[in-house]
Design a protein around this ligand. Structure first.
Ligand SMILES: *Cc1c(COP(=O)(O)O)cnc(C)c1O
Length: 425
């Protein structure tokens, strides 16, 4: 407590020496001890169940953000809780110097369920994307084309916040002030086929893309384009990398979004939903694409730890149950109908309904901004999440009930009523 005086002079702390009440020891509002890199809502949740989050005071919010597509099975799913509890009493960590049973099991399941032959486990989406990038570069390095190391990515993309994934995403706002951008990424406009073909050169190693841009504003890449990318990569000897960190694990109504297009990548990054709220990431590759990733080329202290693997295994149990994904598709239709209805009802506020599966977005008309709707929804005890392209994302847990979909539509309607009519443009 000796250094508290340093911050209290900023007038932001109201410390009562020896305060013992639950919660942080400072005045109302967020603690200045936490680095203020997020524009947070002033909301603290104490517990969650299914699609619901509850404050200490017992106020219940309908969570249609799912921790930004992370709590794919809602909060405190009994099977996930049981899996974590059971593993927690047995073994947490052994380092990757030894075989990890859970890792082998989850990897084999993923191999069984996807195009991939090899899986590396990490802890986050950015790490998964970094690993995917490294895998692509190493592939060419060990296959006689070390000059191929550049990756083509798309404007509006989001691949994470590490130095390489920031450079991959290319968002100038996120890159500002962090020194020279990591080299090796060529950005092309979203949906510009000619620019894409022009960008392919003798140094190109791979094309990396989200099948649906999440942070970028729920921009769906048409199946035709994904097929076109596959053909282009095959033609030019490039690897195709899909970032399915947000779209994977059932979010779009298939286990992975690219399945809708009937093609497969060479490498894929996965995270978010696969841990159902526990930090788990992974990158997957075909045997050929993974050929450079030999002993010593990559590592992670925590990646694939027994706790993470126990939860991922349980998540896979649930999402691969017969009928689970069909139900996600049915819920998608219900949502779509409700959202289209709201668009008809509020043409002066909603410009467009977007999405694939339960990765949905409302694009607002010019003059309205996503934070306005997010804020209005909080007033209605509904949690949404903003995105680029003037879009508000709706990311329910995949097992949301029909009744909760109805409640969402009602709360959304009342939230939209709270918005001012946008100035005519
Ligand atoms: C969230 C996200 C990431 C980054 O994941 P982190 O776990 O925050 O590092 C990468 N790619 C996509 C598509 C994402 O949605």
């Amino acid at each position: 407590m000796t250094d508290r005086g340093l911050t209290s002079r900023q007038g932001t702390l109201a410390i009562v020496a020896g305060a013992t009440s639950a919660g942080a020891q400072h005045g109302p509002g967020p603690s200045p001890a936490v680095m203020p890199t997020y524009a947070r809502q002033d909301l603290v949740f104490a517990r969650g169940e299914g699609a619901w989050l509850e404050t200490e005071a017992g106020e219940r919010y309908l969570d249609l953000a799912s921790g930004v597509a992370v709590n794919a099975l809602g909060h405190a799913h009994p099977r996930l809780v049981a899996a974590l509890r059971e593993q927690a009493g047995k073994l947490w960590h052994t380092s990757n110097l030894y075989r990890v049973e859970g890792q082998e099991r989850v990897a084999e399941r993923l191999v069984e369920l996807t195009f991939a032959d090899r899986v590396f486990f990490c802890n986050s989406g950015a790490e998964a994307c970094e690993g995917a990038i490294k895998t692509a570069r190493r592939y060419h390095h060990v296959n006689g084309a070390p000059e191929r190391w550049r990756i083509i990515t798309f404007e509006g993309a989001f691949h994470g916040r590490t130095l390489a994934t920031l450079a991959a995403g290319g968002n100038p706002k996120y890159l500002d002030g962090f020194g020279p951008e990591a080299p090796g990424f060529d950005h092309v406009p979203f949906g510009d086929h000619e620019a894409l073909e022009r960008a392919v050169g003798p140094e190109t190693a791979a094309i990396m893309i989200e099948p649906v841009q999440g942070e970028g504003g729920v921009r769906v890449v048409p199946d035709q384009c994904l097929k076109g990318l596959r053909d282009l990569c095959d033609d030019k000897g490039l690897l195709l990398i899909f970032d399915e960190v947000q779209t994977g694990i059932g979010r779009t109504g298939r286990l992975f979004a690219h399945e809708w297009a009937g093609i497969a990548p060479d490498i894929m990054a996965v995270a978010k939903g696969i841990g159902g709220g526990f930090p788990v990431g992974a990158f997957l590759a075909t045997e050929a694409a993974a050929s450079g990733m030999t002993a010593g080329t990559h590592g992670s202290t925590f990646g694939g730890n027994p706790l993470a693997m126990a939860v991922a295994d349980a998540v896979l149990d649930v999402v691969t149950e017969p009928g689970f994904l069909a139900e996600v598709q049915q819920k998608t239709s219900r949502f779509k109908q409700a959202l289209e209805g709201l668009r008809d009802q509020f043409p002066d506020k909603i410009a467009e309904v977007r999405g694939q599966g339960l990765l949905m977005g409302l694009r607002l008309v010019p003059g309205l901004a996503p934070p306005q709707l997010v804020k209005a929804a909080i007033e209605e005890r509904l949690l949404l999440v903003g995105a680029g392209d003037n879009v508000v994302r709706i990311l329910p847990p995949l097992n949301i009930t029909d009744e909760e979909i109805g409640q969402t539509a009602e709360r959304l309607m009342r939230s939209l009523e709270r918005l001012p009519a946008a100035a005519a443009t």
